[in-house]
Design a protein around this ligand. Structure first.
Ligand code: F6R
Length: 620
């Protein structure tokens, strides 16, 4: 039942296993269309999107071109949008994105690629937009339009307020959209305030539309778009009026659809233990009552009588769920002792942000802990921090009579570069190195705060991250080999892995891929499989219903954890990659850990001060 579409869904929706499967399915549909039209001697006109979501589709199309001879010689493309103002050669332009991620790999003729220009003068924008519409018409209209969805519900850049009749035009970007783009632009202030975009009306004229969303941060807006009323405040709802639209979601983005989140509202369900916990917890929220106080009437009024019937009485059911949640709580005495543990941290600070509390407890339990920092995180260090550290270095060198020549040469080389650097320029090697070292020293200081020695830190510096740009290379054998060497060297009993999908720049997802691949190879080679505990990064937490373990933190432990986070000074005050949330990392951590504990209070369990949450990954 849950994997079936429902009458509440007003856009046909398919939930896929993961980002890669989505890429394959959608690329197959596009290839099928290109081939079918090719056989009939016709060209295919594709409408394309940028952003993090369609990258898997583009990767798969590239592979099909390379390995299966899928030709794009008869394909014409129109992209949805471009920032304004924007030079086509800029690191941030959608022109560049499309050439780097797709066109340069294909046999498509440059003349067949159409993109809105972000570099025309303000007086010329209107004409540019009109010409774009004319070219789409002249090409015979769009056969298949690919879309992503923004957290505002935008398709293209049709922000709230965009009407169903809107055409290609200049638009002001919503604040939420600009925050989401801040990571790619090295800070929100650098994100353009405007964009040129195809209108909702332009998009709806496509003969077929495929819209994609991945990650839990999209779950809310996906539900609104698929199950909500048509409303010009959420442009994606207009797709409900299109006769051939398919929405592809991964499980995280589909989590709030009724068929997944609250399927009992739709009809009879098979009551698994997980669904039982979800339903009773949900009912406790709906009625604002503790679990043990839920009555027969509460269940009956919320279409849950069949669940009570399966357990005999409300008391038995309430007790079952209360105990199931209580059994997730693991204080120090129930945590591993004297074991080999590796904590994989995508960036230097995810370790303390997400698991500073448990790390402290594991130190106290005399475990042997290695914290493996997978990337240097150098991209997220501001230039002014480089200057400050160099100033410090030259003062020490000067006052202590150390080799001043080398220091001043470094200083002038860096200064020369920084004074001419434009936003988004790739740093020279010296600057990248200094940024990496700043983060390494912060990571060590963070670990010391939790009682770990410097030797616990391992800096893996995986090659996939070392492009110097926000766009990373795919995970390759060299990345997997480095992780594998670490695993086989320490043969851990337990590893911690960042298991979140909503990392705005995808690095967490890629790090997990490197670990998954390395683990599979090592286990195939005879290494015993360690337990894998997934933690979530800075943006979200596991809900108590999904968590396998809830680890309580005392006031002192939370304070220590926050102090460890403070050691990451380059990420304090204003982090270059803040994500959609404006608060500093430590503030989010405090709210999230206290929030998890408060959630248990609300359900009527014991009152803890704060809590971290982990999911134990099933062996595959
Ligand atoms: C991009 C576009 C946008 C994005 C949307 C989602 O050309 O028009 O509507 O599709 O903002 O972006 P990601 O995929 O980065 O979450």
């Amino acid at each position: 039942m849950p994997d079936q579409p429902t009458f509440l869904e007003r856009i046909p929706t398919i939930i896929v296993g993961d980002h890669d499967e989505m890429g394959r399915l959608v690329a197959c549909r596009i290839a099928e269309l290109i081939r079918a039209r090719g056989r009939a001697g016709r060209r295919t006109v594709l409408g394309l999107a940028t952003g993090s979501t369609p990258i898997g589709v583009y990767r798969e199309l590239t592979r099909m071109h390379r390995e299966e001879g899928l030709s794009f010689a008869q394909v014409v493309t129109f992209n949805l949008d471009e920032y304004y103002p924007m030079e086509p050669g800029s690191l941030h332009s959608y022109h560049r994105f499309m050439w780097e991620n797709l066109f340069s790999e294909l046999d498509i003729a440059a003349d067949n690629v159409h993109m809105l220009r972000g570099d025309v003068s303000r007086e010329q924008v209107e004409g540019e937009c009109r010409r774009y519409e004319d070219s789409i018409r002249a090409a015979g209209g769009i056969d298949l339009q690919l879309l992503g969805i923004g957290r505002t519900g935008h398709i293209g850049f049709n922000e709230p307020g965009s009407g169903v009749e809107s055409r290609t035009r200049l638009i002001t970007l919503d604040l939420v959209t600009r925050k989401d783009a801040a990571a790619d632009f090295f800070g929100e202030d650098n994100v353009p305030r405007e964009a040129v975009t195809m209108g909702v009306g332009t998009i709806l004229e496509a003969r077929e539309i495929v819209i994609l969303a991945t990650g839990e941060h999209k779950a809310h807006i996906v539900r609104r778009a698929v199950e909500g009323e048509v409303d010009h405040e959420v442009a994606a709802t207009f797709l409900q009026r299109h006769s051939s639209t398919t929405f592809y979601l991964d499980a995280a983005a589909g989590a709030r659809l009724t068929r997944i989140g609250t399927p009992w509202l739709l009809g009879p369900v098979e009551w698994t233990p997980q669904l039982t916990v979800n339903a009773v917890t949900w009912l406790s929220h709906e009625t604002e009552k503790a679990i043990l106080k839920l009555t027969q009437r509460d269940y009956a009024e919320h279409r849950l009588s069949s669940l009570v019937a399966a357990h005999g009485t409300p008391g038995a059911l309430n007790g079952l769920v209360f105990n199931a949640l209580g059994a997730k709580i693991r204080g120090r005495s129930k945590l591993p002792r004297r074991r080999q543990i590796i904590c994989f941290s995508p960036h230097p600070d995810d370790d303390v942000i997400s698991m500073g509390g448990i790390l402290r407890k594991l130190v106290e339990n005399e475990n042997t802990i290695t914290v493996a920092y997978m990337t240097s995180g150098n991209l997220a260090v501001f230039d002014h921090d480089v200057r400050r550290h160099l100033d410090f270095l030259s003062r020490v060198a000067g006052e202590r009579g150390m080799a001043e020549g080398a220091v001043s040469r470094l200083l002038s080389r860096v200064e020369e570069f920084l004074t001419t650097k434009r936003t988004g320029d790739v740093d020279i090697e010296e600057v990248r190195d200094i940024k990496r070292m700043i983060r390494e020293s912060e990571a060590v200081a963070g670990l010391r705060t939790l009682g770990l020695e410097e030797g616990a830190a391992r800096f893996l510096d995986l090659p996939f991250y070392q492009t110097g740009k926000v766009r990373k290379d795919p995970i390759g054998p060299a990345d997997v080999a480095i992780v594998r060497e670490l695993l086989e060297g320490s043969r851990p009993d337990l590893v911690f892995v960042a298991g979140d999908l909503s990392d705005p720049h995808g690095t967490h997802r890629m790090c997990k891929e490197a670990i998954d691949r390395a683990l599979a190879e090592s286990v195939a080679g005879g290494m015993p499989r360690p337990e894998v505990w997934l933690y979530r990064g800075a943006w979200q937490e596991w809900p108590v219903t999904e968590a396998t373990w809830l680890v309580p933190l005392s006031q002192e432990e939370l304070r220590l954890k926050i102090q460890a986070i403070f050691k990451h000074q380059s990420q304090k005050d204003t982090a270059p990659f803040p994500g959609p949330d404006e608060r500093e990392f430590w503030q989010r951590v405090e709210a999230r850990n206290k929030g998890t504990a408060a959630e248990l209070d609300r359900l009527g369990l014991a009152e803890y001060f704060a809590m971290e949450a982990y999911v134990v990954e099933e062996a595959r």
